[in-house]
Design a protein around this ligand. Structure first.
Ligand code: KIV
Length: 289
């Protein structure tokens, strides 16, 4: 596997559209902090989402619902400081955009001005279509999100695949078309049967990024902690683990604890020293006390 050592050209929305046209898959991943941003930058991904999944993966909430705008902005700013080339998407948290177009614009402007995001993401069709239209009219590029929308998972019957009947699939597709019509630049489709994605992608001009939506999307997104095995919890059916960092991390910290307790660490090579004559003088000084 190669990693990008030299700085890459900044990814643009035009570059994503060109990838879609060329049938070249778009790679999107989440990140929530500065080291995570540096890792995904070095790995050469196209788009980085500071997802409100960070509520669960890094802030320890039970769902994405409680996370606040200020918490999301702190995570997003840390990621921004570690990124150069990929597009950065800020995720507007639950309760920060639904009430009115004015609320959506004010929240999104904070993500653009304070965290230097390239785009913001909002969930659902319905009233979110109007919010998307207002954001685009205010000059803010928007990512839509349909299918399983975790912010309103309770209303959807829990964290479960959506669009599993023809009628339900049509509702997902209708939401997607409405969001494109509202001016969205990208669309995330989460947890739908592959057949829904197969039907949807040819109907849309904008790139469709799937998560648990099969292989036919224009790109894929996964949660950083899921793909690296950093998250201690059950993973959804669509998650593939590419590393097992939690196991390695626990083993590393346990080995450190063992070496501290047994006196193996720190060894001479981890310690500073002073010239012998200075050490002798210090011994004399302390002995005289
Ligand atoms: O919050 C998030 O990480 C997301 C992705 C799963 C698309 O919305």
């Amino acid at each position: 596997m190669s990693v990008h050592a030299a700085p890459r050209k900044r990814v643009t929305l035009g570059a994503l559209a060109a990838k879609k046209d060329a049938g070249e898959p778009i790679v999107m991943v989440t990140a929530y902090d500065h080291p995570g941003a540096q890792i995904v930058e070095a790995a050469g991904v196209d788009v980085v989402l500071v997802g409100d999944s960070g509520a669960m993966t890094v802030l320890g909430y039970d769902s994405t619902v409680p996370v606040t705008v200020d918490e999301m902005l702190m995570l997003t700013k840390a990621v921004r400081r570690g990124l150069t080339a990929p597009l950065l998407v800020g995720d507007l948290p639950f309760g920060s955009y639904e009430a009115s177009d004015g609320q959506a614009i004010a929240t999104a402007q904070r993500f653009i001005k304070e965290a230097d995001c390239d785009l913001v993401k909002i969930e659902r069709g319905g009233t979110s279509v109007e919010r998307a239209r207002a954001l685009v009219a205010a000059g803010i590029p928007v990512v839509g999100h349909v299918g399983l929308t975790p912010q309103t998972a309770t209303a959807l019957g829990g964290y479960r695949a959506q669009g599993r009947t023809a009628e339900a699939a049509r509702a997902v597709i209708d939401d997607a078309l409405a969001l494109q019509d509202a001016g969205c630049s990208l669309l995330v489709v989460e947890a739908v049967p592959s057949e829904v994605t197969q039907a949807l992608v040819p109907l849309l001009d904008i790139p469709v990024i799937g998560i648990g939506a099969g292989p036919d999307a224009d790109g894929q997104v996964l949660v950083f902690h899921d793909l690296l095995g950093l998250y201690d919890g059950g993973a959804a059916k669509f998650v593939k683990r590419y590393a097992h960092l939690r196991t390695d991390a626990v083993a590393g910290v346990a080995a450190y604890a063992e070496e501290v307790r047994s006196g193996v660490y720190p060894a001479p090579e981890h310690s500073y020293s002073m010239p012998a004559e200075e050490a002798a003088q210090l011994r004399e000084m302390t002995a005289a006390r």
